[in-house]
Design a binder for this molecule. Structure first.
Ligand code: PBG
Length: 343
């Protein structure tokens, strides 16, 4: 049985209406829409990741990340200069070393690709803020983010043995001239260790952007091709976070806050917008979000097939990350976004 609800008064076109609240008034023209727009992503909000290879190698595009390249030092410096011209004010460097070993010792070589790139960018584009990712996975032959120990036949990453190595790497990048180091390893206590390591060497002006809530995510797939950092056994679930845990993420963020981080980061971004919001609401520091490789690749792949409008979707994605509470966004879309930005 159905009941038909009869309107008390029929709708009369052109007649006076009883509807007084009309949100559509604020959407009538682009002028009005831009007047009331709440969230605007600026090129200055973006951090552009770059992959540096030794000069013995060739410039090469990442298969799963069209538009993203492994570049030699000189090419990275040129790319940073182009990015600056388009309005980008910060880069985040990842290094692919000449050699790998069990402890990632090539990462604190003063003539390593990241150290040389930092020096080159600081020389050629001095106003660019240069950040360097701190982690062992690109530099270890086993591809894990720390030192491996064997406990009764089970291999795992040893937390406390890894800390001094991360400090060495961070100090080396800072001595080369990095403005910020960005530890992405997820070892406990690394922010405190790195802070005191920097301070003890007269590097107290160098900031720390902490990958505070970094989840063990399938969205890092394309990055591992770019950074050649796939673990040779097992996975990263004993140190990166379980994607299911929101409260634990806030706990991780709190620890980095207390240990002296200057910027707190949530990574990945899109599946973790609630964590970004939680970070923004609970901590008074700048919040960064990493729009990671897999998020980039999905947009590129669908746009290539003509299934979505790439630039439009990118704009919507970056806006959503900022609306969720991120002050800064690390994104491979940085320069393409900046080039189309009309401030
Ligand atoms: C290194 C590191 C990773 C990313 C940033 N730093 C990969 C990982 O943890 O396996 C991922 C970035 C991306 O996917 O864009 N630990």
């Amino acid at each position: 049985m159905t009941t038909t609800k009869t309107l008390e008064k029929p709708i009369e076109t052109g007649a006076k209406s009883e509807l007084t609240v009309r949100p559509r008034r604020l959407r009538r023209s682009e002028g009005i829409r831009s007047l009331v727009r709440e969230t605007i992503v600026r090129p200055e909000d973006l951090i552009y990741p770059l992959f540096v290879v030794p000069n013995s190698r060739q410039k090469a595009e990442i298969g799963a990340m069209p538009g993203v390249w492994q570049m030699r030092v000189r090419e990275v410096v040129e790319e940073a200069a182009r990015a600056f011209d388009s309005g980008i004010r910060a880069v985040l460097l990842f290094g692919l070393p000449e050699y790998k070993d069990a402890t990632g010792s090539s990462s604190w070589d003063p003539s390593g690709p990241v150290q040389l790139a930092i020096e080159g960018i600081k020389r050629q584009v001095p106003q660019m803020t240069v950040m360097a990712d701190v982690c062992l996975c690109e530099y270890t032959d086993h591809g894990h983010c720390g030192v491996i120990v064997d406990r009764n036949g089970t291999k795992d990453v040893d937390n406390d043995e890894t800390l001094p190595l991360l400090v060495k790497q961070a100090v080396s990048f800072a001595q080369a001239g990095a403005d910020f180091v960005a530890p992405s390893d997820m070892m406990d206590g690394r922010i405190g260790s790195i802070r005191s390591g920097l301070d003890g060497r007269g590097l107290s002006d160098v900031g720390i952007m902490a990958y505070s809530a970094k989840f063990a995510s399938g969205f890092y797939g394309p990055f591992r091709e770019a950074a050649e950092s796939t673990p040779q056994f097992g996975d990263r679930r004993t140190y990166q976070m379980d994607p299911a845990n929101g409260r634990e993420a806030l706990r991780e963020i709190e620890l980095d806050f207390e240990e002296g981080a200057d910027i707190l980061m949530v990574k990945p971004a899109l599946s973790y917008l609630d964590i970004i919001r939680g970070a923004r609401d609970n901590f008074p520091l700048p919040i960064a979000a990493y729009n990671v490789s897999g998020e980039y690749s999905m947009v590129k792949a669908a746009a290539e097939r003509g299934w979505i409008d790439g630039p439009r979707v990118t704009n919507e994605i970056l806006t959503s990350i900022k609306r969720a509470g991120a002050d800064l966004i690390i994104t491979y879309h940085a320069t393409e976004f900046a080039k189309t930005y009309r401030g």
